[in-house]
Ligand binder design. Structure first.
Ligand code: SF4
Ligand code: SF4
Length: 244
């Protein structure tokens, strides 16, 4: 059920406070497999595609004056039909609505953890000071493509929210089996060539002032990417074939 009082996540605005439970005074540090499974099921109930686990850097902990460095990432896929719509301010609004609808549920996930004795706080999804992509990369479940998008195996057109928590024994990964994507991207580059707004500089850095993804929902670099058109597994098979 959508809480209509929720005003949503906004750039340069504080995180909305929609928690129903306070953080415990003495947070627990270890979660059981059973409870983790319950969290996973809760996420699936709201159509999240999966959960990843990451760590914050020591610098991050110092800058933000926080004690815990554990992060839970809740992943979702934007609707295909939305991504395929022609760019317009209307499309951008629809994409934002979809993002906010997923975001509402993150408070429920945090409350679930708090009720079970853990500290759990959302990381602001639009905080310019937070490098959410690098935190996502730390999970070992994604890679940053040449088009500067976080690619998870289930799709390129994904979004995610993060909860920072006291739980130390999350199933963190030590390796990332998607590093090959960097090499594949180096042979492709179609996203850079076909960007309608020349939003990449000569070093292929994304220039946000030219990119219209947030203003008009431009998704051209997603639509033309092999990872969107064929899916991760097919591109991987093709890459492996090329390397034989
Ligand atoms: S279009 Fe090509 S270069 Fe760009 S992200 Fe996709 S695979 Fe990589
Ligand atoms: S979203 Fe559109 S404008 Fe932005 S980088 Fe991709 S293709 Fe270019």
């Amino acid at each position: 059920m959508i809480n209509m009082d929720f005003k949503g996540f906004r750039y340069h605005k504080p995180l909305p406070n929609f928690y129903k439970t306070d953080n415990p005074l003495t947070p627990k540090r270890e979660i059981s497999d059973d409870l983790l499974l319950k969290l996973d099921n809760l996420a699936k109930k709201y159509n999240f595609t999966g959960i990843s686990y990451s760590k914050l850097s020591d610098d991050f902990k110092k800058d933000f004056n926080i004690d815990f460095d554990n992060v839970i990432i809740f992943r979702f896929l934007m609707k295909n039909e939305l991504i395929k719509m022609e760019s317009s301010p209307e499309k951008s609004k629809l994409m934002d609505m979809e993002f906010q609808v997923y975001g509402i549920h993150i408070y429920e996930f945090a409350d679930f953890l708090r009720e079970n004795g853990f500290q759990a706080d959302l990381l602001h999804p639009f905080d310019d000071d937070l490098s959410l992509k690098s935190i996502a990369m730390q999970s070992g479940d994604c890679i940053i493509t040449r088009s500067n998008i976080c690619l998870f195996k289930e799709g390129l057109h994904n979004g995610f929210f993060m909860i920072h928590t006291s739980i130390d024994n999350l199933p963190f990964k030590n390796e990332n089996d998607m590093l090959w994507v960097k090499d594949f991207c180096s042979t492709c580059g179609v996203c850079i060539e076909r960007c309608p707004n020349d939003a990449f500089d000569y070093e292929e850095n994304l220039l946000r002032k030219f990119c219209t993804a947030h203003r008009e929902g431009c998704s051209e670099c997603i639509l033309i990417c092999p990872f969107f058109k064929r899916g991760y597994d097919k591109v991987k098979r093709r890459y492996d074939g090329m390397k034989k």
